[in-house]
Design a protein. Structure first.
Length: 323
């Protein structure tokens, strides 16, 4: 989770790659939180009932050489014999001109409990496999430098293990009514070691999210529906804290959104959602000291659901945003 931007990306990469003693890493982050629901909270697995696919791409701090690029794809669906939903997602993250590369694959199950006629809870559990690798050929060291000709020598640095693999576990819960929803997710319960030299454990990440959906007019064939949806998302990982305050508004097939990320950026969103298909674009406008250097962050999401048969019994979907 890149909660605090850093100009010197190469130094950050080296710090994560070659920790002396003990180091810590953070997770990639998406600004379209609900466009990647399983990444936000494993309890969302199967919450849309029909088979759902999501594709996400993020280009963070586009103007900085060696910036972060993250790709994600996910699938989830509810299965009545299991009384819950099954989901899976994979993301890949590239840093420093693909010097440091990460892959993370997860599967999740979420049990749905209808507490009352209007109140529902979902309990999710996730198991994951992670892998990080380093392209040694793209690293440079001080002993390669000639005072007149630059990088001309071979390095005498000892090459470490260039790939690390680990197992990970996460859990989450989501509770919702017709107009309100909220949840808590805890990732990296096993605190896996990502280090190449020494120890670099992933700190536990806690996510708390809450929101509401209000319809502004009545549905009719003459007037397109309009809604507003205020949201709060708080995340904490190690010593990093992030508070996101946002508002979505929809009118017909059009969706707009505005988020404020604590003392760091504003997120502007525009999207189209028609039937089971949606597409969205968001831009993170940096307001911290990186304003003129970062170039902001771009994110694109695609999502679609496969139509399925009417539910065997009454099924309550989560009426939360899709972006």
């Amino acid at each position: 989770m890149r909660l605090k931007p850093h100009v010197y990306l190469w130094a950050l990469c080296i710090a994560m790659i070659l920790p002396m003693g003990q180091g810590h890493a953070q997770d990639p982050q998406f600004s379209q939180f609900y466009a990647n629901p399983l990444y936000l909270n494993p309890a969302f697995a199967g919450s849309a009932r029909c088979a759902r696919f999501n594709l996400n791409y993020r280009n963070q701090w586009a103007a900085i050489s060696g910036n972060y690029q993250t790709y994600s794809v996910s699938y989830d669906q509810h299965f009545y014999p299991l009384q819950g939903g099954i989901g899976a997602y994979v993301y890949t993250d590239f840093s420093g001109n693909r010097t440091l590369n990460s892959t993370y694959a997860a599967v999740a199950y979420a049990y749905q409990l209808n507490v009352t006629r209007k109140f529902t809870m979902r309990f999710g559990l996730q198991a994951a496999y992670g892998q990080r690798s380093v392209d040694w050929s793209k690293l440079t060291f001080g002993d390669q430098i000639d005072s007149r000709y630059g990088f001309v020598y071979g390095t005498q640095e000892t090459q470490p293990n260039l790939t690390t693999r680990y197992f990970d576990v996460a859990a989450g819960v989501v509770a919702y009514t017709e107009n309100f929803y909220g949840g808590v997710a805890v990732h990296h319960l096993t605190r896996p070691n990502e280090g190449f030299l020494g120890v670099a454990r992933l700190p536990i990440k806690v996510t708390v999210h809450f929101g509401a959906l209000f319809q502004l007019n009545k549905r009719s064939k003459y007037v397109s529906p309009a809604t507003i949806s205020p949201n709060i998302i708080y995340q904490r990982q190690q010593n990093f804290n992030q508070l996101n305050l946002g508002l979505y508004a929809t009118k017909g097939i059009f969706v707009g959104g505005l988020w404020y990320r604590n003392l760091d950026s504003f997120i502007l969103l525009a999207g189209i959602q028609k039937g089971k298909f949606r597409i969205g674009y968001s831009y993170d406008f940096t307001i911290s000291r990186l304003t003129n250097a970062s170039g902001g962050s771009h994110e694109v999401s695609l999502g679609f659901q496969i139509p399925c048969k009417p539910p065997i019994r009454k099924f309550r979907t989560v009426r939360c945003p899709s972006f």
